[in-house]
Design a protein around this ligand. Sequence first.
Ligand code: IPD
Ligand code: CA
Ligand code: CA
Ligand code: CA
Length: 279
Amino acid sequence: LETEGDSRVNFLKEALHIAREAGSVIANVFQETKQNVQTKANCADLVTETDKAVEKLIFDYLRTKFPSHSFIGEESVSDGAMQCHLTENHTWVVDPIDGTMNFVHMNPNVAVSIGLAINKQTEVGVVYAPMLDQIYFGVRGHGSFLNGRRLSVSKSITDISQALIATEFGSRRDESVTTVCANIQNILMKHKVGGIRCTGSAALNMCSVASGAVDLYYEWGPQCWDVCASHVIVHEAGGVTTDALGQNFDMMSRSYICASNKHLIEQLVPSVTQISLAQ
Ligand code: IPD
Ligand code: CA
Ligand code: CA
Ligand code: CA
């Protein structure tokens, strides 16, 4: 990474350091039966003491290093201790465990996600999956990498009928699920497609687009901490992110995210029915 004199190199270095520390905390308790699992909105929306401890670890570290920066973290926002509000200030957007349901079930698709937005755009992103031994990072303008190897989105798949797609059912359990399922049915009926995968981690789905392990990922309703870091990782691997209409993706919108090599999104768009519920 040739970015000497660029402060983002230092931001990346610190994000990588604390992501690794956070990953060790997760790995140390991974095989234990989780105690104190709390339900947030519903049975699909869980939090453990490890989610909270990891978020605190990351913020304590970054606050000491960068006291003038702002912070958004899933569990602090859930507790009402923090606002989910992005300003022009340097803002760290953190998901301490993306894939809490997996974590509770000892399923290895869990990741720490640390993104840094500057002027409301992600400049640095780190996604670390400790149980998979995968560390992804990206810096705007300088590429994205998995364990040091430069990433590229899939180039040969340009027809959605051949695509391997990742999506999620999300963490809502209300009537919106009907549309989520209808969209999957539409995609299967219309395009057939090679396959559909749900890993249970938005961040890892995004990173799989970046590495070419899947060709397209879309989901309705992710929060900024789910995708802030991985957003720059996809871009720097040559991918695009849009909403379900093919317009620019806004990570604060909580609408759809579609991430792909540039050929597939416009083929997906006609198959997706928009969901508009009060947020
Ligand atoms: C969830 C995961 C899941 C996605 C949900 C997210 P969490 O994050 O990324 O894949 O479908 O929308 O809330 O709660 O495990 O951090
Ligand atoms: Ca959660
Ligand atoms: Ca998440
Ligand atoms: Ca989380």
